[in-house]
Ligand binder design. Structure first.
Ligand SMILES: [Zn+2]
Length: 275
C-alpha cells in the first residue's frame, strides 16, 4: 500500500546552521561607514590560526561633541561564538546610532562586534583552540583574541565596558553589574527598558549566582573586565538575553538596553559636573 501520509512531502526542517561568515557583520558595517560621518572602520586585530590570518573587527563611533572630553565606552559582543544575536545586536545598534546620532552625543564608542571570530564562524562557544575566552582575561592567557582585547582595555582606559551575551539556560533577561555602585543604577533602567521586549529572569539564583531584581554582583574569574588595579574603575555591565527567544527580540532588547545605559551615564556625568 502506498502511504498517503503527507510527511514525506513536507519540507525538511531547516538544517542547523553551523557555519557563518564574518562578512555577515563586517560587510554591513563597512557599508554604513562609507556613508557615515561618525562611524570609522579601524584596523582589525590580526592573528594566525590554521595557517590563515584571522581578523577581530574593530570600529569607532564618534558622537557629536558633548561639551566635556568624550566618554570612552567599550562595547563587546560575540566573545562566545555561538551567541550571534549579540553580534547582530551591535550591528543593529550602530544602525540606530546612524539614524539617531544624539544617542551617542558626548561619547566615543569602541565597538567589537565579534570578539571570537573563529567561534563565530564555527558556531561554537569556544574559540578554535577549545578555550572559553570569557574565562581567560588577566590570567596570562596566550589566546590571541584575549591578548588583543586586553591591549584595547589597557590602551583606551574606558569609562565603561558593556558586554553582550545570550544565555541558553535562562528564560529571561538579566545582567551582571561589576565595578562601582553606579553600575547598578545604569543597569536597572536598562533592564527595565529591555523588559518591554522580553521577560526578565526574576530568579533568586541565576547562572549559579545570587541575583536580585535580575542583577548579579558576583561573577566568574577571567571574564572580560578592566585591567586589575586600574583606577578609577570603569562601570562594567554584562547584558544577557534568553538565547532561545526570537533573535530579533534579543537584538531589539539589547539595542534598547545599550541606549538606556548611554543616556543614564550621560545624566550621571552631567550631574557630577554640576556638584
Ligand atoms: Zn556568552
Amino acid at each position: 500500500m502506498t502511504s498517503t501520509l503527507p510527511s514525506t512531502r513536507l519540507p525538511s526542517p531547516r538544517p542547523f546552521r553551523t557555519h557563518r561568515s564574518l562578512d555577515a557583520i563586517t560587510a554591513p558595517l563597512v557599508d554604513l561607514a562609507r556613508g557615515s560621518a561618525s562611524l570609522i572602520v579601524c584596523e582589525p586585530g590580526r592573528f594566525e590560526r590554521d595557517g590563515r590570518i584571522q581578523e577581530l573587527p574593530r570600529y569607532l563611533f564618534i558622537g557629536a561633541e558633548g561639551g566635556e572630553k568624550p566618554m570612552r565606552i567599550g562595547i563587546f559582543a560575540g566573545l562566545h561564538g555561538d551567541e550571534p544575536a549579540a553580534s547582530f545586536a551591535l550591528l543593529r545598534f550602530v544602525r540606530l546610532l546612524e539614524e539617531n546620532p544624539e544617542i551617542a552625543r558626548g561619547y566615543c564608542l569602541f565597538l567589537y562586534p565579534v570578539c571570537n571570530p573563529t567561534g563565530f564562524v564555527d558556531n561554537t562557544r569556544h574559540n578554535r583552540n577549545g578555550k572559553d575566552l570569557n574565562r581567560e582575561f588577566w590570567r596570562n592567557s596566550v589566546q590571541p583574541e584575549v591578548r588583543i582585547l586586553q591591549s584595547e582595555l589597557w590602551s583606551h582606559a574606558f569609562h565603561g565596558l558593556i558586554s553582550l551575551h545570550t544565555d541558553d539556560t535562562s528564560d529571561g533577561l538579566y545582567g551582571y553589574a561589576h565595578g562601582p555602585l553606579l553600575t547598578e543604577h545604569l543597569l536597572r533602567p536598562a533592564l527595565a527598558a529591555a523588559s518591554r521586549l522580553l521577560p526578565r529572569n526574576q530568579g533568586e539564583v541565576i547562572d549559579g549566582f545570587r541575583a536580585r531584581d535580575s542583577i548579579i554582583r558576583e561573577g566568574y574569574e577571567g571574564v572580560l573586565r578592566a585591567p586589575p588595579g586600574v583606577r578609577p574603575r570603569p562601570f562594567e555591565i554584562i547584558l544577557e538575553t534568553p538565547h532561545h527567544t526570537p533573535h530579533y527580540l534579543q537584538e531589539a532588547a539589547l539595542t534598547v538596553a545599550l541606549s538606556s545605559v548611554l543616556e543614564e551615564y550621560r545624566k550621571f556625568i552631567a550631574h557630577a559636573q554640576n556638584l
